[in-house]
Design a protein around this ligand. Structure first.
Ligand code: NI
Ligand code: MN
Length: 226
């Protein structure tokens, strides 16, 4: 799996010939809007963790441009299916097999309304297993004991966790989350894009190092392999 970060929780995951886009939020993100052209992004699937604007803003435009199928909880699925877009429902605890691998929709502690205030179901995260590796994308969440359930079933090779604090976990709780999911390699997301989520990158990495863990913070458009 090749994972590219486009800011906030926007990720592109390349698995063989498939491209999975997570939580596209680019055209109003000051950190990525001039660097990324959403019309150039490839997507076979768009996975949405929850309905907040900083996760769904560009989903409709990219789905229309690429023909990608939107995958999320039942309420978000419905929202896009009613617009005539390709969409597939999942919900908490559910596993679904795709051509590229297997996906589980897991619990998150957060909220999930659309920008107009309409109900976006409950927020979640995704465990994606493909090419004999598994990644955990927590989505926006607090630290929660439910994370301990994940390694009971799946060995996680990379945990993608928010570290920006204020509206999600911050660095200190993300370190504990990485203990809970039993994965010491963490890709930090959901920082710097909002004025109140600016973090000190070096200090955050040093805290992870001190705990015997690695925190990866990618510049917009940069990638890692799992
Ligand atoms: Ni959110
Ligand atoms: Mn968010």
């Amino acid at each position: 799996m090749k994972i590219t970060h486009y800011g906030q929780n926007t990720l592109s995951i390349e698995i063989g010939s498939f491209n999975i886009l997570i939580d596209p939020f680019i055209t109003q993100n000051e950190l990525s809007k001039d660097k990324v052209d959403i019309m150039q992004l490839k997507a076979d699937y768009i996975f949405l963790t929850h309905a907040h604007f900083d996760h769904t803003l560009d989903a409709e435009a990219i789905a229309k441009n690429t023909g990608a199928t939107i995958v999320s909880n039942f309420e978000i699925y419905n929202h896009y299916a009613e617009k005539g877009l390709e969409a597939m429902p999942m919900n908490h605890g559910g596993v679904r097999d795709f051509e590229f691998g297997r996906v589980k929709y897991v619990n998150a502690i957060h909220t999930s309304s659309f920008p107009d205030g309409s109900y976006g179901g409950n927020p979640g995260g995704f465990v994606i297993t493909a090419e004999e590796k598994s990644i955990y994308i927590s989505g926006d969440t607090a630290l929660t004991m439910d994370m301990k359930l994940i390694p009971m079933q799946t060995k996680i090779d990379l945990a993608i966790l928010p570290v920006g604090d204020v509206v999600t976990m911050g660095v200190d709780d993300a370190i504990i989350a990485s203990d809970f999911v039993e994965c010491n390699r963490v890709l930090g997301v959901h920082y710097d894009a909002l004025p109140f989520t600016k973090i000190d990158h070096e200090e955050a990495k040093a805290k992870f190092n001190k705990a015997g863990k690695e925190l990866i913070l990618l510049d917009v458009g940069h990638s890692i392999n799992v």
